[in-house]
Design a protein around this ligand. Structure first.
Ligand SMILES: [Zn+2]
Length: 416
């Protein structure tokens, strides 16, 4: 399999295969640098004192990644760098501790930004919430949220340089998808590991079920990375980008995408607009709409608007009815009573689903939830399932699809 050829197809938008998981194995992408595509990607760099790994994979794929890595090199793992503390990047680290114990090697040193520690502590505090939201987000009803983490042995605050067996790695802290991100730049190999600051989709800067993200700081991080002159970009998800010009283009265009949304939202906030009006108005730059690496397949610009509002404003959306809202059940009773019962509301929901444009489906959601709070018979359940299955099928992003699929599934609970 020629990774560079597939990466080239993807860059041109000719490869519509979808998720990066289609490509697996261990590929040499620069001198003594291996790339292991998975969810998330792992990078291995050879040195005179052993391997340096950037990320380690998720609990469900880490063993396979280690196997592929071991076909590429048998050297001990000297150092592991976490690009951030998300579970698809850190859960494989334990395998290399175990491996070291087996071979009577020293255990690898794990290096990460200092906020990774607070993240792991939060993950333990909110384990139930994280399990529920990740099951919904990824449509994996049996997903288990980990309760134990491999904490870093060394942390840093702003920037640090690691010297390992003649190899020099420059680590720099950034904020973007997370508050604990590390970018790894290896000048002598021309390789830049950016973690999830670039993932071949529009930035995951607005995820509706997760803690605050940092769209403006994210853009600054991308601008900084674009200036490094990297020959190969190794992202946290998706294939590498080969060639300095392409790396520069991808990073600086993604920066512009975020800057444009941030600037527009902040300008409207400064003029006194409410969140609803901003959501209806702000759109990403039209000239970037066809970029294969900026499609809204994972997160969506609409959700980024929410994140910017939350970052710079209060939780109130500007609607006077919503600062102290009515109990949802009482409001539903009133709407159903005004309509003359649940039947006319249900009939209107069915019509709107039939019409099927985005705005009609949005309205159908509000009406459906009003009925659902008042009555939950088979007719209501069936229509609710149909509405959200339709919305899931129409959704471009994993985030929206996960919420809608979850709602469809809970409408008609299966009895096994
Ligand atoms: Zn990730």
């Amino acid at each position: 399999m020629d990774l560079e050829a597939i990466a080239d197809q993807r860059w041109r938008g000719e490869d519509t295969a979808g998720p990066e998981d289609a490509v697996t194995g261990c590929f040499t992408v620069a001198q003594d640098v291996a790339f292991l595509p998975s969810f998330g990607n792992v990078v291995a760099l050879g040195s005179d004192d052993g391997l340096v790994l950037v990320d380690t994979g998720a609990d469900f794929n880490a063993a396979g990644i280690r196997q592929s890595l071991r076909a590429w090199s048998e050297a001990r793992v000297h150092t592991i760098v976490y690009t951030h503390g998300h579970v698809d990047h850190v859960m494989g680290a334990r395998l290399y501790d175990d491996e070291a114990d087996e071979h009577h090697w020293p255990r690898p040193r794990v290096v990460a930004h200092e906020r990774v520690v607070a993240r792991f502590e939060r993950y333990a505090l909110t384990a139930g919430y994280n399990e529920i939201t990740n099951r919904r987000q990824f449509n994996r009803p049996r997903l288990r949220w980990p309760r134990e983490f491999r904490f870093p042995d060394e942390t840093y605050r702003d920037a640090t340089t690691l010297e390992v067996g003649g190899l020099s790695l420059q680590l720099r802290h950034e904020r973007g998808e997370t508050d604990d991100a590390t970018v790894v730049w290896v000048p002598e190999r021309g390789v830049l590991c950016c973690g999830d600051l670039f993932i071949w989709t529009s930035p995951n800067a607005g995820n509706p079920q997760k803690v605050q993200r940092y769209p403006r700081e994210w853009a600054a991080a991308l601008r900084h990375m674009a200036e490094l002159g990297a020959e190969v970009l190794l992202p946290g998800h998706g294939l590498p980008i080969f060639g300095a010009a392409r790396v520069h283009q991808a990073l600086s265009e993604t920066a512009r995408y975020l800057e444009s949304i941030v600037d527009d939202v902040v300008a409207m906030m400064n003029e006194g607009a409410g969140l609803g009006e901003i959501l209806e108005t702000v759109r990403p730059p039209a000239d970037l709409a066809d970029r294969p690496y900026l499609q809204a397949t994972y997160d969506e610009p609409e959700f980024i608007v929410h994140a910017i509002w939350r970052r710079y404003g209060g939780w109130w959306d500007g609607d006077p009815a919503s600062v102290k809202p009515a109990p949802a059940r009482r409001l539903a009773d009133e709407i159903v009573a005004l309509a003359g019962g649940t039947d006319p509301v249900l009939a209107r929901v069915a019509e709107l689903v039939e019409v099927g444009d985005d705005e009609s489906l949005r309205v159908a959601g509000h009406l459906m939830e009003s009925v659902w709070r008042v009555a939950r018979g088979p007719a209501q359940a069936q229509l609710r399932e149909r509405l959200y299955a339709t919305r899931a099928a129409r959704a471009s992003s994993t985030m929206a699809r996960g919420v809608f699929s979850g709602a469809a599934r809970e409408s008609i609970p299966d009895d096994h």
